[in-house]
Design a binder for this molecule. Structure first.
Ligand SMILES: Cc1cc2nc3c(=O)[nH]c(=O)nc-3n(C[C@H](O)[C@H](O)[C@H](O)COP(=O)(O)OP(=O)(O)OC[C@H]3O[C@@H](n4cnc5c(N)ncnc54)[C@H](O)[C@@H]3O)c2cc1C
Length: 513
């Protein structure tokens, strides 16, 4: 069968999009859905990032899906293992048949009259602009720009004779064996890279402007392994998942309510791991409170062992400029290097850069309010999957997909064609949708919808509260406005795409079954 309409269009085949597809076919088996993915393979983050040592920095019992137990013995998983898990998941549930690769979604126009989205995409294999219609649009496009990572403007970059690589652009031809490597940055990527590079490099220097919290945790979860041996797989997984959710929530709560004490505990552990001679105060005592920014993870303390062994060192200073031989810091230190890795972060991008139109009018999504962190006020039949910043992403992605299914089933039962959350008081006090104070969040939070200080416009960043709000609270809450198919809303009669003659010629026909 060939068609160009689906009930639900999912954008993005990363961990969120694949999870959304599972929930949809499990909960709404009558819905026809398709996934459009701009890259030529699935996995999103876990396919894009290829730097040495790339791994999760949260535990796989909560980063894995609720519906598919994580079976590997290691709780902190390598990028390859996560990718394997995602591939196996798509194959096990036939989701791989529903993905169309190399389709970058660029624009979506909603018609209230037809209760449909017309979604435009660039078919990378032909270079053509194509379109598909859907009743519900589920954006699972992640939160950052796939084309470019963030690199500050460093002076003298052109003078440097060696190679400069951003981790997002890592390829197999980057040589670091027997090289002097400088890693600029102090976040999760730097903390992951350094032990892996140090295994083969001649010398690794971590150059950070300011310190970050790094916490060591065991690579294996002994309680989880014990439960796995003594209980059926599914029960063991569910118990471990809840154990880890509650422990992480408790630790986050503790850090936010007793920041001074939490800081002391974190720094004391670093001191114990690095030994008395190390200047922990200078290099590992951040100026901010724990969880103002994400706390970095060192599995089995690998990062600290590498520093202690002398195979890597830390310099805490600002960069003055690049030189022919490496870098000079503001305090005058020269650091020679053959390879400089700019682990300086991501650039945030909302909805993969999607332009949205509702009934012929362009919508500035940054002026909308985020409803339960997963829909935009005034935008009908569109959900977005954005995970937690203080816990595993997938916990929220799973809940969001469950909620979308509840919404779709509710609309079917009551004969509604579309719904959108309505803000009654646009002058509500606002807050940032992204709770972290990290550099990449500060640079990009203006690209995201607004959050308010009251439910359902407040982002909990709390799994237990979200379970109540997304899994159990009624979808008909007075804020979500439902419309029947026959209620025509003022505006354009047809999707904007259909008015474009060139597009009609190339309108995509997607084989769906
Ligand atoms: C190196 C790294 C490590 C991380 N580790 C963790 C961790 O351990 N725990 C954690 O909770 N979080 C972690 N995160 C955050 C991480 O990105 C998420 O956890 C998760 O992988 C996001 O999944 P996603 O599917 O929502 O987005 P992504 O993985 O970003 O996937 C989005 C997909 O959408 C596609 N797409 C984007 N725009 C378009 C478009 N316009 N048209 C079509 N397709 C599009 C992309 O190509 C991609 O395949 C990490 C992030 C990075 C960068």
């Amino acid at each position: 069968m060939v068609d160009s309409h689906v009930d639900v269009l999912i954008v993005g085949a990363g961990i969120s999009g694949i999870g959304a597809a599972y929930h949809l076919q499990d909960q709404c088996p009558n819905k026809k859905y398709l996934i459009l993915e701009r890259r030529q393979s699935l996995g999103g983050t876990w396919d894009l990032f290829r730097y040495p040592g790339v791994r999760s920095d949260s535990d796989m019992y909560t980063f894995g899906y609720s519906f598919r137990p994580w079976k590997e013995p290691e709780v902190v998983a390598s990028g390859d293992a996560i990718l394997r898990y995602l591939r196996e998941t798509t194959e096990a549930y036939g989701i791989d048949q529903r993905i169309r690769y190399r389709h970058e979604v660029t624009r979506a126009s909603w018609s209230s009259r037809n209760a449909k989205w017309t979604v435009h995409a660039r078919d990378e294999s032909t270079g053509e602009d194509v379109c598909v219609t859907c009743n519900f649009l589920f954006m699972c496009a992640g939160y950052y720009d796939y084309d470019e990572g963030y690199t500050p403007d460093f002076e003298g970059v052109d003078r440097f004779h060696g190679r400069i690589v951003h981790p997002q652009n890592w390829t197999d031809d980057v040589v670091y064996e027997d090289q002097r490597v400088v890693v600029i940055g102090s976040g999760a990527t730097a903390v992951t890279l350094i032990p892996a590079l140090a295994e083969k490099a001649a010398q690794v220097t971590m150059l950070q402007r300011s310190p970050t919290y790094v916490v060591a945790k065991p690579r294996q979860d002994r309680i989880a392994n014990w439960l796995r041996q003594h209980l059926p797989e599914k029960h063991a997984y569910a118990l471990t998942r809840w154990k880890n959710v509650l422990l992480a929530m408790f630790w986050y709560w503790y850090c936010r309510s007793r920041p001074g004490r939490a800081k002391e505990l974190l720094i004391a552990d670093v001191r114990r791991r690095l030994g008395g001679d190390f200047d922990v105060e200078r290099h590992f005592s951040p100026r901010y409170k724990p969880w103002d920014q994400r706390v970095c993870l060192a599995p089995d303390g690998d990062f600290f062992q590498t520093l202690r062994s002398g195979r890597a060192s830390v310099v805490t200073d600002e960069i003055d400029c690049f030189t022919e031989k490496g870098l000079r810091t503001v305090s005058g230190e020269e650091i020679e290097a053959d390879l400089i890795i700019t682990a300086t972060g991501l650039q945030l991008k909302f909805l993969g850069g999607l332009e949205v139109e509702v009934d012929g009018r362009a919508v500035n999504l940054t002026e909308t309010f985020a409803y339960k962190g997963m829909m935009c006020s005034g935008v009908p039949n569109m959900a977005l999957s954005l995970g937690y910043t203080n816990a595993s992403w997938t916990l929220k992605a799973d809940l969001t997909a469950e909620y979308v299914c509840r919404l779709l089933k509710h609309m079917d039962r009551r004969g509604y064609a579309y719904c959108s959350p309505r803000v009654d008081d646009p002058s509500m006090e606002t807050a940032s949708m992204l709770a972290l104070d990290a550099g990449y969040v500060k640079r990009g939070r203006h690209r995201f919808p607004k959050e308010a200080t009251v439910a359902p416009w407040k982002l909990h960043q709390n799994y237990a509260l979200d379970v109540l709000a997304l899994r159990y609270a009624s979808v008909q809450d007075g804020v979500m406005q439902f419309r029947r198919a026959d209620s025509i809303v003022k505006g354009s009669d047809e999707p904007t795409g259909a008015r474009d003659a060139r597009l009609r010629e190339v309108a995509v026909s997607l084989p769906l079954d």
